[in-house]
Write a protein that binds this ligand. Structure first.
Ligand code: CO
Length: 213
């Protein structure tokens, strides 16, 4: 079975000119950091028609950016500090199994620890979620709330805060993908500067002085 993948790879490579690969070998200059779920139905490059070199990608279960996750933070730092991407896209998706598992009361093993932040989001929005008519509506809404939380967390990260401080133009976008349509919706929740995050998360010398007074 894996042999089939290698065969397809040879066919794929043959479909590109040698110049295409030469250019990529020199350096990468992606304009986007893409964060999405590990779900096999949400392939990063394909659903947005991108080629190698277009997207710098981080994927994990339920597209979470956790401030204690060295993996996610390292990707974020490299994308922002070294590649200087102007756009970070967190693209969640409906029917997310990770979000679903977080809504349940069953034991899923180790992964329940990873999904714990989604339970926190549910708890914070319980008033809104629990009056919804169907489980499906609740699930869909939690998928959306999760994306909103993740883009806020990206915006509040020390990495993005410092980037804005030094004048790096950087916008964080919240998108959500619908598996049954193959379409992405922009959630109109973009964050493009420190003024859009609560003051406590902002960094900067002027504010530090003010705090000490
Ligand atoms: Co998912």
């Amino acid at each position: 079975m894996p042999d089939r993948l290698l065969q397809r790879n040879r066919e794929w490579a043959a479909g590109h000119t040698p110049g295409f690969f030469d250019k990529l070998t020199e350096r990468q200059t992606p304009r986007f950091l893409w964060v999405s779920c590990s779900d096999s139905r949400v392939p990063a490059n394909e659903i947005v028609g991108c080629e190698p070199g277009d997207l710098f990608v981080h994927r994990n279960i339920a597209n979470l950016i956790d401030h204690g996750d060295l993996n996610a933070l390292s990707v974020l730092q490299y994308a922002v500090d070294v590649l200087a991407v102007p756009h970070i896209i967190v693209c969640g998706h409906y029917q997310c199994g990770g979000v679903r598992a977080a809504m349940e009361h069953t034991d899923h093993g180790l992964i329940d620890n990873w999904l714990r932040p989604i339970k926190d989001i549910y708890h914070r929005h319980a008033d809104e979620l629990e009056v919804m008519d169907t489980e499906q509506a609740r699930w869909d809404r939690l998928c959306e709330l999760n994306v909103r939380k993740q883009i806020r967390d990206v915006a509040c990260s020390t990495i993005v805060q410092k980037a804005w401080q030094r004048g790096h133009e950087l916008t964080i976008h919240g998108w959500i993908y619908r598996l049954d349509e193959g379409l992405i919706r922009d959630m109109d929740a973009s964050i493009d500067g420190p003024q859009q995050v609560p003051a406590i998360y902002r960094s900067g010398p002027a504010r530090a002085v003010a705090k000490n007074k």
